[in-house]
Each structure stands twice: as C-alpha cells, then as structure tokens.
Design a protein around this ligand. Sequence first.
Ligand SMILES: NC(=O)CC[C@H](N)C(=O)O
Length: 239
Amino acid sequence: MPGESAVRIGLLLPDLLGTYGDCGNAEILQRRLQWRGFPAAVIPITVDDEVADSLDLYVIGGGEDSAQSLAADFLARQPGFARAVGRGAPLLAVCAGLQVLGREFTTGHGRVRTGIGVLDLVTAPARDRAVGEIRTRPVPSLLTEALTGFENHQGHTTLGPAAQPLGRVEHGTGNGDGFDGAVQGRVVGTYLHGPALARNPELADLLLSWAVGTPLRPLEVPGLAELRRQRLSRPRRRR
Ligand SMILES: NC(=O)CC[C@H](N)C(=O)O
C-alpha cells in the first residue's frame, strides 16, 4: 500500500544532461507512482546543488561531450551520490549518463576521462555516429518486453565482467557490439533516449518496484499500447 511520505526521484543534472526528452524519465516515474496512489516528488539536482544520499531513486540523461565532462567532474565530488549507489538505490543512466558512470570514457576530441566507476564499462569514440531508432530484446531475466528508443552517440561501449547488457540489439547500434546498455546491481544504463521510460513502461516499473520494495499493480495508460506498436513496428534509421 502507498505509504505516507512521498517517493523521491532525484533528477540529476537537468541543466547539463537532458537531451531528447531524457528529463521526462523522472516525470514518467512520478506519474506511474501517482496513478497508483503513491505520493511522489521529482527533486532536480543541478550543478549548484549537492546530491542527497537519501532519495529513493535517481535518473541521469544524455548530452554533448562538454556537458558530459562537467557532469563527470560534478559526480566525482559528490559523496552523497556514491553513498546512494553504494546502498543500492536504483539509478537509470542514459547515453552520456551511462558513459560517465563507467570506469573511463574518451571524448570525441580524444581526451581520456576517468568515470565514476559504478558500471564496469569503458567507452571510446567509433568512426561513425549512431543516429536513429533503436530496438532491443532484453537480455537479463529482469524484463521480458522489447525495448525501444532513439539513439544519437559517437561512443561505443565495452562491458567488463561485473556488468551485463540490458538488451540485444535488433535495430540500431547500442554499445556497438550487438548489445545495448548495462545492468549492474540496481544501476541500469542504456543508449535509449525517447524518453526511454515513456516508451518502455516495463523498465519504469522495474525501477519503481526496486525503489518502493514491492511489485506494483499493472497500469493501463491510454495511448501507450499504440505508441509501442508504432515504435516497435517500423524503426527508421538515417545512414
Ligand atoms: N546523446 C548523448 O548522450 C551523447 C553521448 C556522447 N557525447 C557521445 O556522443 O557518445
């Protein structure tokens, strides 16, 4: 049953990382809780703020290389963020967010940066930019339904043994090796913009069930089945 106090969703760095609607992931999480009767609040955490370790889940989005480097600097000096991830708070990271949370990333200008290291992965620029619709089949036992999104990135990502991919790519590029994203504990990374949680409600509810500690009742959202049917049936790509 919904508790008294609001579920608090930390929206990390909306001022730096939030391309292609990624900030909408926080709103989707909030709405899916509220529609089920849970009070829920989105807490934006800008570059001028400190990351509180006490929030129930966190999301971070994608962005350009310069914003990504600033985000890496910011998160590296946030003990609250490290504590939150260390205690197993759910965290969704999209594209640049995924890259920053890895062990290392190389910018498009060839600058090698140390990442936050909560995902066992490294990222380096590929020759061609991946732009367009992406569709994947979930790999871990956590999800069953196909995942859909929009990708726009130069980086290709290689996972280490501690991380498993989120999906196997059916259309698009993802990590660049036939898979997309990474799952390590309750940290989920993906190249899917969209926002990803609007297009993939099963992933939204997985994160929410981790946050509230109980499975959530199914939800009918008008138009969502049609949105998924359209997005999954005809992914279009620019080459
Ligand atoms: N859309 C993004 O977040 C881009 C991430 C990164 N700057 C890259 O191009 O790989």
